[in-house]
Write a protein that binds this ligand. Sequence first.
Ligand SMILES: NC(=O)c1ccc[n+]([C@@H]2O[C@H](COP(=O)([O-])OP(=O)(O)OC[C@H]3O[C@@H](n4cnc5c(N)ncnc54)[C@H](O)[C@@H]3O)[C@@H](O)[C@H]2O)c1
Length: 238
Amino acid sequence: MNIALIGYGKMGKAIETIALEKGHNIVLKIDINNASDFNQENISKADVAIEFTGPHSAFVNVMKCLELGIPVVCGSTGWLDQWEETKSYCEKQNGSLLYASNYSIGVNLFFEINKFVAKLMCNHTDYNVVMEEIHHTQKKDAPSGTAITLAEQILSFSKSKQQWVNEITQKAEDLEIVSKRIDPAPGTHTIKYTSSVDDIEIIHTAHNRVGFAGGAVLAAEFLHDKKGIYSMKDVLGL
Ligand SMILES: NC(=O)c1ccc[n+]([C@@H]2O[C@H](COP(=O)([O-])OP(=O)(O)OC[C@H]3O[C@@H](n4cnc5c(N)ncnc54)[C@H](O)[C@@H]3O)[C@@H](O)[C@H]2O)c1
């Protein structure tokens, strides 16, 4: 497979290593310094683009991939207020798009565990639920995209929580997400159900970026010959 990397930072480089190990070719590497090379001529050498730039550039980059007719796997977080517009444009273009707030297989299993626990706990109103996420200090968005996914799953089952808030709160209707920025944490998410008699916690801790990068390459292998809009659930058959 010929891959274009849109974003060649920590994640772009980790993806390159794994893609090369798996026998794929990297035919284009775009970062902030050569953004003008992201054009029809260069992108047409690729079968699929993998976009990991950041919250402020993801939407424009994904739309450009769709406009230029290249399937795009996007991992940038913090831009999903523009998701509906992106989805509509993908459908209009008959394009190929895969988004995941987290590409790690472990986190995608953790999402399923989170739903199971949230469903189990929703009738046990003695317990309050809170979340904490820890990432490295260069992370631009808070809470993390993964924390938002986890929060939305909890909200879909909870009888008391109405919305998530990114601060410490005493309000029963708010799901508290505390974001901590500590180097070199690649990503830790903790969900804690707490009562006056005991606590129940589920935790996912990423040890490095290999899990995210491997999942993104797997997603690109899945997407490159398909049309439509997909998630990691489709890739992993969850
Ligand atoms: N979905 C996941 O599994 C997952 C995992 C880790 C990180 N992320 C997200 O991926 C994104 C990137 O993370 P990172 O740690 O690699 O960041 P980084 O800062 O190390 O790298 C970002 C790269 O994007 C480039 N870039 C920035 N603006 C650009 C633009 N307008 N055009 C082209 N290139 C541009 C930069 O030059 C750099 O090469 C973040 O949003 C992060 O939250 C997602």
